[in-house]
Design a protein around this ligand. Structure first.
Ligand code: NAP
Length: 314
């Protein structure tokens, strides 16, 4: 039997999860209403609705106007879409979906490392356009023995390490604080870049990390260096990245995330030393089911006054 709890769903984050929420609760889809009607809907939920479900990377600011909202259950791990000054001020609890997506995201990070280092996309084009008939494809670069420098060695970063070690890569990292692990720690991103062959950002988004990877960092990575971004597009100064790629200050880049996605600068699209993906790190059918289930477990726990399985510390 469906619960009598009301859940306001702020955006269309995942079709399957939204269908499950619709079955379990009394739901309202904000996007189903015209702009004016949305305001009316929100007002009508005052005092009745305690929960919002949303994408973690974006949320409608109007949900904070409802004084009855006590929990925001976010789909995703990077919670830069949540306005924490408002949730803190209003005592709204926030949950996200960490852990269940680590393997899928780490697979994409590893795929970008292999694809950029071994020049896979251009090799595929080389076969399709019959260039092979005129001579062999130029050699690419080995992974074995190279240093993978991870900025933001957390849950997903560690899952990437588990994959990179069997490829015989060395691991270095930068976080705000040193971790109890056997890998080389650098106290600044600049020093990590100077000592890495591949620099990989697994950083969260938000103001603290905006453009934290700048032109100097990329120059320090050097002309044979590869930059990989699977964290958030906003963590790198994208103009500096484009300039570094165009001027040969770095050798190439693999990007699952972009600064202003889904809009991608034409200059990046035209570069054949860049591999571009449409933010598909966690986008496997299995992972999306796990993320949705965890979001619903958080709501269920809240409604039954149990501890929340994955509450974000505020
Ligand atoms: P996590 O376990 O919290 O790891 C993030 C790490 O970054 C932490 O170890 C943290 O360590 C470090 N960090 C945070 N701010 C920093 C800063 N200003 N400077 C240096 N290091 C910093 O998170 P996760 O689950 O691995 O996820 C990481 C991020 O990946 C998410 O926030 C999200 O943006 C992104 N993501 C992308 C996809 C995708 O599809 N491409 C999917 C899921 C997640 P310290 O606290 O010690 O600094």
């Amino acid at each position: 039997m469906p619960s009598s709890e009301i859940v306001l769903i702020a955006n269309k984050f995942d079709h399957e999860t939204i269908a499950k929420l619709d079955k379990e609760y009394i739901t309202h889809h904000l996007w189903d209403y015209a702009e004016k009607e949305q305001n009316k809907l929100i007002q009508s939920l005052e005092g009745k609705c305690r929960a919002v479900a949303t994408a973690s990377w974006v949320c409608d600011e109007r949900v904070y106007d409802l004084s009855s909202i006590k929990i925001i259950a976010a789909f995703g791990v990077g919670v830069e879409g949540i306005n924490f000054s408002k949730t803190k001020h209003k005592g709204i609890r926030v949950t996200n979906t960490p852990g269940v997506l680590d393997d899928a995201v780490a697979d994409i990070a590893m795929a970008l490392i292999v694809t950029t280092m071994r020049n896979i996309i251009n090799a595929d084009k080389f076969v399709r356009n019959n260039s092979w008939q005129h001579g062999p494809f130029p050699p690419s670069r080995s992974l074995a023995g190279k240093t993978l420098g991870i900025i933001g060695l957390g849950r997903i970063g560690n899952a990437i390490v588990e994959r990179a070690l069997p490829f015989k890569m060395k691991i270095a990292y930068h976080n705000r604080s040193i971790k109890p692990c056997p890998y080389t720690y650098y106290p600044t991103i600049l020093e990590l870049a100077e000592n890495s062959d591949i620099l990989l950002s697994m950083l969260p988004g938000g103001d603290e990390t905006r453009n934290i990877i700048d032109g100097r960092t990329l120059q320090a990575l050097g002309p044979a260096g590869i930059f990989i971004n699977v964290g958030r597009g906003t963590t790198v100064d994208e103009e500096a990245l484009i300039a570094a790629l165009a001027q040969g200050l770095i050798a190439g880049a693999g990007l699952d995330v972009l600064a202003n996605e889904p809009y991608v600068p034409d200059s990046l699209k035209q570069m054949d030393n860049v591999v571009l993906l449409p933010h598909i790190g966690s986008a496997t059918l299995e992972t999306r089911v796990e993320m949705g289930n965890l979001l619903i477990k958080n709501l269920d726990a809240y409604f039954s006054s149990n501890p929340l399985p994955s509450e974000v510390e505020q």
